[in-house]
Structures are given as structure tokens and as C-alpha cells.
Design a protein around this ligand. Structure first.
Ligand SMILES: Cc1cc2nc3c(=O)[nH]c(=O)nc-3n(C[C@H](O)[C@H](O)[C@H](O)COP(=O)(O)OP(=O)(O)OC[C@H]3O[C@@H](n4cnc5c(N)ncnc54)[C@H](O)[C@@H]3O)c2cc1C
Ligand code: SF4
Length: 471
């Protein structure tokens, strides 16, 4: 990871052994959606119930899919999602079509989709939040470039939270945005039942704000850290933490980037259009969920070089990137109370995480390897064209599993029972009357698709509740 990067946080966290950790997360208006790949999935309907996995049980949510469905539909409209309903065999029912047609595959990806279909799978077009108008390229805001995943969009054509939500909100006279404002603590009244002060550090100075209702949305790790830092006499374990769950059940998915190398080059520019969910709930030969297969943005030599040991030859990495299909594999990790965010004595974040449900991921990788070996013979190189499937870390020589916190969730879970959850079903703290947490923290389970659309839909749901409350 490039810790010198403009947007990358310079914070140093610690792992459970006290070793320094450079988290791959970005602090910016719009949060990590400025950098995301804009793959905007609904969780599957089954993800809201209890699901048995190889590694244990994924718990049920306190709300069902049907309660979130109208908000998924609204979030898809707001975030310009392009997709095709019914393509994906695991798609949950939806009350409206996608607002925009699916983003087309480039030829190499279409070829792969045809190959997967020939092998009996149902590959689908990944739902994407980009403002692309393929019917009118001249007027399309999105120019279909190669830097969508992992970089901000310089022409404001990616549906990120700044472009879609924050900037339009700022047109209202009663909305103010403060940047470079680090919220260090929330103060409460003597009983601890109401937040009375928001302490911020801004341009080196301490500032204090007050509000009738306070909504924390600092991302799953930082929201938990803020509540823990806000411990006081009425809540010595941390704010909203009578249950002791704040910071616990950290999840981030079991993820791999796998490069399938072939003798033929892969000239794809925008690669993230294809997904495979046929193994999401299991397969004929394995009864447990395995997860989701899709793509990262096209890797290049530069990306591979970031973090590569000095001995890695740049030419080799460039060549490799020109010939690779770059898959993104996600399996569900299960909520473990010992996987958690805590603070050290100086108040720095400590992230303890032991991966679980890994067999599901190994099986998913094996499925992909098998599929790639059974590809149609290439007309130039025959079956020898496919050189194998390699973990990206084999090339960059460094593995950074814990620092990869892109899909962080679950640290301030919502639920009906104040003994086992920190938030109620409206994402209001059970213990505090005017405090809400509305980001990825509330997830009781992580499912195995990308989280952002669920975070957006839930924010709209809580927004409706707040509107009623404030009316
Ligand atoms: C490279 C990359 C690619 C991704 N691709 C996808 C994808 O394709 N699809 C998908 O669904 N998801 C993707 N994600 C994940 C997605 O971006 C996150 O799930 C989502 O942004 C999380 O939203 P959030 O509101 O929980 O937190 P964030 O987006 O992290 O927002 C938190 C905000 O709080 C601010 N903040 C933190 N602490 C404080 C504090 N103490 N005081 C004040 N402000 C604070 C931060 O600056 C930030 O603006 C990707 C992430 C990355 C990094
Ligand atoms: S212009 Fe590029 S970065 Fe922007 S939305 Fe389109 S593909 Fe993504």
C-alpha cells in the first residue's frame, strides 16, 4: 500500500500483538465511496435470516429483506445503478427494475462470460453505480476509464457519496460541512442518556458542538473507536456499550485478489462488469455457502509495484498485468466477539482479527481454478493459453490481510435485545436517547457481497425514521 498516497490515512493502528498496522482506508468527504469500485449489490434475501456455514452460523438480522427492499430501490435510483434484474441467480426480489441498463462487457470479459455460461453457470452483469450512457458516448458523464476502483473519479461520474449525497445536500441553507474536523469524543449528561457535546479537533484547535440528535457515521472501525473513547462515569465501558458489544464482531470478509494469467493479453479497460454467484449458497458437491466471484479494476504494473519488494522486476509486473484477468473473491466471515476494535493507552486503534470460515474461501478458489482450466481452447495457444491462477500477493511478495479494511462492518451491531446489541432496529443506541450510528457498523452479519448499497439503503431507512422523530 502507498502510505504516501494523498487520500490514504497516515494513522498507524496496532494489531493484537502490538505490531503497527497501516490501514488501507481513506478519510475524505464521501468516505471510502470516493475510492470504491461502485459495485452496488443488495444482500441476498437469505442473508437476513440465519445461515449455516462451514465455519459456524451467520446470525439473523432484526429486520427482514422486505423491510429494506423499498430503500434498496431508492438507493439504486439515487446512486444511478446500472444492472439487469434476473441475470444473477441469487438476486432477491425487487419492486422495480434497475434504473439504468447493465454496463456491457468488453470483448475479453464477454468471452469469459460465454465460457462460464457454456460450463453451465449463470454469469451476470455486476450492478454498477457509474453515470455511463453507452447509448450516447458523446454526452455520457462517465468516460469508461481504467481507474474507477481504488481512485476518486476526476470527472465526478462515479456515484460516490460526495457527488450523489453530500454536494446536493449542501445546496440547502441549513446544511454546513466542516472539513478537517476530527471528532475525538462525545460528551453526555450526568445520566449518560443524552449526548450533550461533540468535541472536535479542527485545524489544531478544540471545538465543541451541540445537537438535538447526533448521528455517528465514521465507518465501522472509527465509529466503534469513537464510542469507546467517549467512556465516562455513567458509561465506563464506552458510550452505548452497556452490552459490551461495541467494537466486537468486527467483520471484513474473506477476500482474495487472484490473477488468472494467460498467454493472450487482456486489453480490457473497465474490467469490473462480470460476476458469478452460482456458489454463493453452495454447490452440488458442498452444502455450505462459498461466496461471490467478480473482478477488481484492471491491475497494472504500477498497482502491483505498490508494496512489491525491490527485487520484483518492473517489466515482469507490467507484462503480467497486461496478461491477467484480475478476480475478486469474497466469502462471508462470521461475527466472532473476539474479533474486535479496542484502544491502546494512548487512544490509538487496536484491531484484533482471526479469520474464520476459511474453508469456504478455499473451496471458492478451487471452483474458479477448475472453471478456468475448462475454458474454451484459445485459437492461438490452445488450452496452454491459461497459465494458472495466482494470488496477487505471490507477485507483490507481501500479504496485508488485516490492513485491508475496505469492507469493515459489524462493530456496533443492531438488534432487539439491549444485552446483545448496541443499537435498536432504528440504529438508535439502546442506552442513549439522541445517538444514532448509521454506517457499516450496524451489520449483525457480513454476507458475501459488497456492503455499500446496504449501508446506503439503511441510511435512507433511518433517515425516514429521523424525519418522523423530528417532525
Ligand atoms: C478501494 C475500495 C474499493 C471498494 N469497492 C467497493 C465496491 O465496489 N462496492 C461496495 O459495496 N463497497 C466497496 N468498498 C467499500 C465501501 O467503500 C465501504 O463499505 C463504504 O464506504 C463504508 O461506508 P461507511 O459510511 O461505513 O464508512 P466510510 O465510507 O469509511 O466513511 C466514514 C467517514 O467518516 C470519517 N471519519 C472517520 N473517523 C472520523 C472521526 N473521528 N471524526 C470525523 N470524521 C471521521 C472518514 O473521513 C469518512 O469520511 C470499497 C472500499 C475501498 C477502500
Ligand atoms: S469516468 Fe472512470 S472513474 Fe469515473 S465513473 Fe467512469 S469509469 Fe469510473
Amino acid at each position: 500500500m502507498n502510505v504516501e498516497g494523498r487520500y490514504q490515512t497516515k494513522e498507524v493502528w496496532r494489531d493484537a500483538d502490538g505490531q503497527p498496522l497501516h490501514p488501507h482506508t481513506n478519510y475524505w468527504v464521501g468516505g471510502n465511496t470516493k475510492f470504491y469500485g461502485a459495485a452496488l449489490f443488495r444482500l441476498r434475501r437469505e442473508d437476513f435470516g440465519e445461515v449455516k456455514h462451514w465455519g459456524g452460523v451467520s446470525p439473523a438480522w432484526p429486520i427482514g429483506y422486505e423491510e429494506l427492499e423499498p430503500y434498496y430501490t431508492r438507493a439504486e435510483a439515487l446512486y444511478h445503478v446500472h444492472g439487469q434484474r434476473g441475470d444473477d441467480p441469487t438476486d432477491p426480489p425487487a419492486s422495480a427494475p434497475y434504473p439504468h441498463p447493465a454496463v456491457s462487457h468488453e470483448p475479453r470479459i464477454q468471452h469469459l462470460a460465454d465460457d462460464f455460461a457454456r460450463q453451465g453457470l449463470r454469469p451476470f452483469h455486476v450492478p454498477l453505480g457509474i453515470m455511463l450512457d453507452e447509448a450516447s458516448p458523446r454526452t455520457s458523464t462517465c468516460i469508461r476509464c481504467g481507474t474507477c476502483d481504488g481512485h476518486p473519479c476526476l470527472v465526478s461520474a462515479k456515484s460516490d457519496a460526495q457527488v450523489v449525497a453530500v454536494d446536493p445536500a449542501l445546496r440547502y441553507p441549513n446544511v454546513t460541512l466542516l472539513t478537517n474536523a476530527y471528532v475525538s469524543r462525545l460528551e453526555t449528561n450526568a445520566t449518560g442518556h443524552a449526548v450533550t457535546g461533540i468535541i472536535a479537533e479542527r485545524n489544531g484547535a478544540r471545538e465543541e458542538y451541540r445537537a438535538d440528535v447526533v448521528v455517528v457515521a465514521a465507518g465501522a472501525i472509527n465509529s466503534a473507536a469513537l464510542l469507546l473513547r467517549s467512556a465516562g462515569p455513567a458509561h465506563p465501558q464506552g458510550l452505548a456499550n452497556r452490552s459490551g458489544v461495541v467494537g466486537r464482531h468486527y467483520m471484513g470478509h474473506v477476500n482474495s485478489v487472484l490473477m488468472a494469467l494467460s498467454k493472450c493479453p487482456n486489453p480490457t479497460v473497465f474490467q469490473k462488469t462480470l460476476g458469478v454467484n452460482d456458489f454463493y449458497f453452495g454447490s452440488e458437491d458442498w452444502a455450505y455457502p462459498m461466496g461471490h466471484i467478480s473482478f477488481v479494476g484492471k491491475l497494472d504494473g504500477e498497482t502491483l509495484k505498490a508494496g512489491a519488494p525491490a527485487i520484483a522486476p518492473a517489466f515482469g509486473l507490467d507484462l503480467m498485468a497486461r496478461h491477467s484477468l484480475d478476480f475478486w473473491l469474497t466469502s462471508e466471515d462470521l461475527p466472532d466477539p473476539d474479533n474486535r476494535v479496542t484502544l491502546d493507552r494512548q487512544g490509538n486503534i487496536v484491531l484484533a482479527y482471526r479469520p474464520n470460515n476459511e474453508e469456504a474461501h478455499r473451496r471458492l478458489v478451487a471452483k474458479l481454478e477448475h472453471l478456468m482450466q475448462r475454458q474454451t481452447r484459445c485459437s492461438v495457444h490452445g488450452h496452454e493459453c491459461h497459465q494458472g491462477l495466482f494470488a496477487r500477493n505471490l507477485f507483490i511478495g507481501q500479504r496485508i490481510p488485516l490492513a485491508g479494511v475496505a469492507h469493515q462492518n459489524g462493530t456496533v451491531r443492531f438488534g432487539h435485545d439491549p444485552e446483545t446489541s448496541a443499537l435498536d432496529v432504528n440504529c438508535k443506541a439502546h442506552d442513549v436517547d439522541n445517538l444514532y450510528v448509521v454506517d457499516a457498523s450496524f451489520f449483525p452479519s457480513s454476507a458475501a457481497v459488497n456492503p455499500a448499497l446496504t449501508i446506503m439503503a439503511n441510511a435512507l431507512r433511518v433517515g425516514d425514521h429521523l424525519r418522523e422523530r423530528l417532525a
